[in-house]
Design a protein around this ligand. Structure first.
Ligand code: 13P
Length: 253
């Protein structure tokens, strides 16, 4: 289990540069001193520079929502890991279910992006999760394994240290439905098992995501297999986001 909680806010396609700068500035002023929680935020690509500027002197890390596998070239609409590093980006989400569902991202391209991010010193937060249909068919574990296998194939034990996994059941994202505490614990245990079977010596950081809010977060973070959360909607509502940070700070590791 990780030594600190990790709370990541995925702003998705919300908060353009002006709004993002304002939000980040207020957040930087209102965030308490953190003793046991790392707080990271992922603005849209076009807002990254503004948010990096605002948060440069804060404890909050800024990350991207995706990163390409090549350093440069004919890849219209994509972002190179080098460009991200140039503005101070330290981590990126990879394989978010919205990328997989709407933009044809496959587990293989997610693995290529992950390998490249890690090689360039960018921490990779790889998102995995089953759809409702897959869950109903009893295929959750198979799906998670298939999503992770190509990533594991490309990642050496030495770079696995900078790999974070986020379990986000697709049916729980933005729906207000949350997996049961038993299901979250069992699935995180299963993911941990896949990691251990792979032979990595370090312990993985595993986050839960999907309709996390200040009402349900305390219980979710209380599950010993859960190291933190990947949060969408509640991460761009400042009071809710600060409440989530306060809960993480108040919860024992
Ligand atoms: P919600 O917290 O809005 O359900 O989104 C979760 C998510 O997709 C974070 O990446």
């Amino acid at each position: 289990m990780a030594e600190r909680h990790l709370l990541i806010g995925n702003w998705k396609m919300n908060l353009g540069p002006t709004q993002a700068r304002e939000f980040a500035s207020t957040l930087a002023h209102r965030i308490p001193a953190l003793t046991r929680t790392d707080v990271w935020v992922c603005p849209p690509t076009i807002s990254l520079s503004a948010v990096c500027d605002e948060l440069r002197r804060s404890s909050i890390s800024v990350g991207a929502q995706n990163v390409h596998w090549a350093k440069s070239g004919a890849y219209t609409g994509e972002t190179s890991p080098d460009f991200l590093k140039d503005i101070g980006i330290t981590f990126s989400l990879l394989g978010h279910s919205e990328r997989r569902t709407y933009f044809g991202e496959t587990s293989e391209t997610v693995a290529m992006r992950t390998e490249s991010a890690l090689a360039e010193g960018i921490t990779a937060v790889v998102c995995i999760g089953e759809t409702e249909q897959e869950r109903m068919a009893g295929a959750t574990q198979k799906v998670l394994q298939e999503q992770l296998e190509p990533v594991f194939k490309r990642i050496e034990a030495t770079t696995a240290l900078r790999l974070v996994l986020a379990y986000e059941p697709v049916w729980a994202i933005g729906t207000g439905k949350v997996a049961s505490l038993e299901d979250i614990a069992a699935t995180h245990q299963f993911i941990r098992g896949l990691w251990t079977n792979r032979g990595y010596q370090c312990q993985p950081t595993i986050l839960y995501g999907g309709s996390v809010n200040p009402q349900n977060f305390r219980e979710i973070l209380g599950i010993k297999e859960v190291d933190g959360a990947l949060v969408g909607g509640a991460s761009i509502k400042l009071d809710q986001w600060l409440d989530l940070i306060a809960i993480a700070e108040a919860t024992g590791i």
